[in-house]
Design a protein. Structure first.
Length: 434
């Protein structure tokens, strides 16, 4: 068993990622700077000569203009009065000073442009060197994740998370590799009284710790106050085996995409979403399998159009807690799911907009408990089309403040013994109309 498990941890296919790391993309800045450099490589003497030529043309134009303004006096000897000669001397001196200023400006301008080009070249060189260092770090971390030793894999996770913090441009790539690791085949630890005496079971426990660390590194960067936030990125845990994850207090906003589609939550596991805030967007548990784990959404909030999607999931064991969840213009969607053994609690949950959707689901065992839950405003709890062939629906203390907030039409719940009579005395009755 131990040998088989190690074979599942080694072949993490990061070759393509490694190739990316070994050949960082070439920047187009170098070519652009080269063209700019060539543009300013005219000899300084030629630049100055051109400037002098233009200055002389300006001086001649100025002289002719002054001569014309002075009434076109005779330029031969005696044609100028003393005052005119003094004005011409002043103009000549001003022209000489202007020519000198033009030369100085040309030299200063050329120097400034060359300095700017040199600064850009240095910045481009620094960026290329920095990218090279970052991609080398990525390659080393990727190699560590493929190690047979749990300690080395653990080190690789930390290295990859720190790299994602430092490298905004490559952050999604690092996150994707972390998620890919968690999607790898994984066997939960085999129950054993003396696990340390069985190498295969001991290795399973070590891998469980590694995977829990991966989830923790991700969750730490989704909480308020994180030094570097990873919100706004995509987290793909499709078909992963999730037996230990702590997302307590995390924020999932509309820019963050997270999917547990088809994931398995096995017996003995614990996944914590307590006090999490779902603020727009979709967190997807579609077609997930809950076969014995404890999943806790206690005091979470689902607001601003957010959807926590469990449609088509299988609840065959364990406990799923939505206790004291606040739903305001959001949806908790359990439509077309199968409840055959789990305890799903909504104790004290308040729905003030949006709602809880059970439509089309099947209840054959376990219990769906809405103990003292409340629907108000535009809130809705929908059991439309639900088929019950066993189990139990507990509505004790449930309260709806408006008509038609508890919908039961086209449903067959008798086998689940719904406790309509135990609903709050001031609640509106269920809506059985089609």
């Amino acid at each position: 068993m131990g040998e088989e498990f190690r074979q599942t941890t080694v072949p993490l296919d990061l070759c393509s990622a490694r190739q990316v790391s070994e050949s960082p993309p070439k920047s187009s800045a170098a070519g652009k700077e080269g063209k700019e450099d060539r543009r300013f490589r005219l000899p300084l003497g030629l630049n100055v000569a051109a400037a002098l030529f233009l200055a002389i043309l300006v001086a001649i134009f100025s002289f002719v203009s002054v001569w014309w303004l002075l009434g076109q006096p005779d330029l031969r000897a005696g044609g100028f009065e003393a005052r005119d000669r003094l004005d011409i001397v002043k103009i000549a001196l001003a022209t000489v000073a202007g020519v000198g200023g033009v030369v100085a400006l040309v030299v200063a301008y050329r120097k400034q442009r060359l300095n700017e080009a040199e600064d850009r070249r240095k910045e481009a060189d620094s960026a290329r060197e920095n990218t090279k260092l970052l991609t080398e770090r990525f390659g080393r971390a990727a190699d560590q994740l493929g190690s047979e030793r749990a300690a080395v894999r653990l080190s690789g996770l930390h290295a990859l998370a720190n790299l994602a913090d430092d490298w905004a441009a490559g952050r999604q790539m690092c996150i994707s590799v972390l998620c890919s690791y968690l999607q790898m085949p994984y066997s939960t630890p085999t129950p054993s009284k003396l696990p340390w005496k069985r190498p295969d079971v001991a290795e399973q426990h070590r891998e469980k710790g590694v995977r829990a660390t991966a989830f923790r590194l991700i969750a730490d960067r989704l909480r308020p106050g994180a030094e570097v936030t990873w919100r706004g990125h995509t987290f793909d845990f499709k078909r992963a085996v999730v037996d230990s994850a702590d997302f307590k207090g995390c924020i999932f906003d509309s820019t963050t995409m997270i999917s547990f589609e088809g994931a398995t939550f096995p017996s003995g596991g614990f996944v914590d979403f307590r006090d999490a805030s779902f603020e727009g967007g979709v967190v997807d548990f579609t077609a997930a399998s809950f076969s014995g784990a404890a999943i806790d959404f206690n005091s979470a909030s689902i607001v601003d159009g957010a959807v926590v999607q469990f449609a088509g999931s299988d609840f065959s064991g364990g406990e799923i807690d939505f206790v004291c969840v606040e739903i305001q213009d959001g949806w908790l969607d359990l439509a077309h799911s199968s409840f055959s053994g789990a305890l799903v609690r909504f104790n004290g949950t308040k729905v003030t907009g949006g709602g809880i959707q059970f439509s089309g689901s099947t209840i054959s065992g376990g219990e769906v408990r809405l103990y003292h839950a409340e629907a108000s405003g535009d809130g809705l709890v929908n059991f439309a089309g639900v088929q019950a062939i066993g189990g139990f629906i507990n509505l004790e203390g449930f309260r709806s403040t408006e008509p038609n907030q508890l919908r039961i039409f086209r449903a067959d719940l008798d086998a689940a013994h719904p406790t309509y009579s135990a609903m709050s005395a001031d609640s509106h009755p269920p809506d059985f109309s089609d």
